[in-house]
Design a protein around this ligand. Structure first.
Ligand SMILES: *[C@@H]1O[C@H](CO)[C@@H](O)[C@H](O)[C@H]1NC(C)=O
Ligand SMILES: *[C@@H]1O[C@H](CO)[C@@H](O)[C@H](O)[C@H]1NC(C)=O
Ligand SMILES: *[C@@H]1O[C@H](CO)[C@@H](O)[C@H](O)[C@H]1NC(C)=O
Ligand SMILES: *[C@@H]1O[C@H](CO)[C@@H](O)[C@H](O)[C@H]1NC(C)=O
Ligand SMILES: *[C@@H]1O[C@H](CO)[C@@H](O)[C@H](O)[C@H]1NC(C)=O
Ligand SMILES: *[C@@H]1O[C@H](CO)[C@@H](O)[C@H](O)[C@H]1NC(C)=O
Length: 319
């Protein structure tokens, strides 16, 4: 009983700042494995590199931004198909890509809003040119409302696409990362904002205490580190590779303001991240989902107790 009360107290402390988080622990969600997870694992075929080079099959490592006459942004971060299945599912509540990204510091857009038309990309997987799957923004330490601050003040953000088409289903995520200016400056990209956006994402994903020295990164540079959120702990290994993204400003949106004075707007390096799950909320084996036989009633009891305690506190507040 004592530990349940302690857990309830811990959850209660979390609740006011993270209302969406509490949903993740409802028994039904904890118990049912994601259908996406099962489908993905049965049909994926991952090359040793962890992804297929889009250019090898009619795709491109640049997105297409609307109303620019075909200019785009570099796909400068790849989450490898050799990452754990759990991470390659596009969900927040089962330890998937979005939960890992919250552990890195990126969350969904402000109050679910999305301003502007979608960008498109062709990952050479047979799906052709597709709208972005979604866009995540730096959350300034608050997964619920911090991205509203990003929308107004600017900051790091990325759009992403999943390579899961019929002729190249690696399951890898391709991210177009950049650091943008505040909204009153039209959300343009800051100087060197493609390379810096990539490196600040990698620096946070691998929990670096110092900035990655963007001008000094070369082919084969690696970083590793751990992050956690919602009691999922992830380890991320990053390796920088040349030869996938071209080192040029041709076809690039914002090219003239992002590069210059010896800085290439796109330095030609892609960061490939391999993400593994070290622990899950139920402390089951690495990479495994909570099994069906996991007793769910302690969680249910905790939730009930939390709800009761919360209602009591609210009642006593309003009394
Ligand atoms: C792609 O996004 C645009 C808005 O940017 C929308 O009008 C269009 O319907 C989307 N296409 C698909 C296939 O969802
Ligand atoms: C983490 O990201 C933030 C926001 O983009 C940035 O200010 C910070 O320097 C990054 N940290 C590292 C180690 O890259
Ligand atoms: C980059 O490399 C140069 C030359 O080796 C070195 O002097 C400089 O301190 C490095 N910069 C960073 C930020 O590591
Ligand atoms: C870049 O580094 C990777 C990994 O260390 C290596 O396999 C590859 O051959 C290198 N590529 C070039 C062009 O040097
Ligand atoms: C990009 O090209 C420039 C100029 O051609 C060269 O100095 C630089 O080393 C290249 N960078 C990479 C990462 O290949
Ligand atoms: C998260 O981990 C803490 C510390 O191990 C534990 O007290 C808590 O019950 C866990 N919460 C969930 C939802 O698993």
């Amino acid at each position: 009983m004592a530990s349940i009360t302690a857990t309830a107290a811990a959850l209660l402390m979390l609740l006011p700042s993270a209302p969406t988080l509490s949903l993740a622990y409802t028994p039904s969600r904890v118990r049912s494995p994601s259908p996406l997870w099962r489908r993905a694992s049965s049909s994926r075929s991952v090359p040793p590199a962890g992804f297929y080079n889009p250019a090898a099959n009619g795709g491109e490592m640049l997105t297409v931004a609307p109303n620019t006459g075909g200019l785009g942004e570099p796909l400068n971060v790849i989450v490898s198909g050799n990452s754990d299945e759990l991470v390659l599912a596009d969900n927040e509540d089962k330890g998937g890509f979005r939960n890992w990204m919250i552990s890195v510091g990126f969350a969904s857009e402000c109050l679910g809003q999305h301003a502007g038309d979608a960008q498109t990309a062709n990952l050479g997987d047979g799906n052709g040119q597709l709208n972005e799957t979604s866009e995540l923004r730096w959350d300034y330490g608050d997964p619920n409302l911090g991205t509203c601050k990003e929308t107004i003040n600017g900051g790091n953000h990325f759009r992403y696409w999943i390579q899961d088409g019929p002729s190249g289903n690696s399951g890898a995520f391709f991210l177009a990362t950049s650091y943008e200016m505040p909204i009153q400056d039209g959300h343009n990209i800051v100087f060197d904002g493609y390379n810096l956006g990539r490196d600040w994402l990698v620096g946070n994903a691998t929990a670096q205490s110092n900035l990655i020295p963007t001008g000094n990164v070369t082919n084969g540079t690696t970083y590793s580190g751990k992050t956690s959120f919602g009691n999922y702990t992830y380890s991320t290994d990053a390796v920088y590779l040349t030869g996938i993204l071209s080192n040029s400003t041709s076809g690039l949106n914002h090219a003239s303001s992002v590069g210059g004075n010896g800085v290439e707007a796109v330095d030609g390096l892609v960061a490939v991240l391999t993400v593994k799950v070290l622990s899950t909320p139920t402390a089951s084996a690495s990479g495994a989902l909570p099994s069906l036989s996991t007793p769910w009633w302690p969680l249910g009891a905790t939730l009930l107790l939390t709800t009761l305690t919360l209602s009591q506190s609210l009642l006593s507040l309003s009394a």
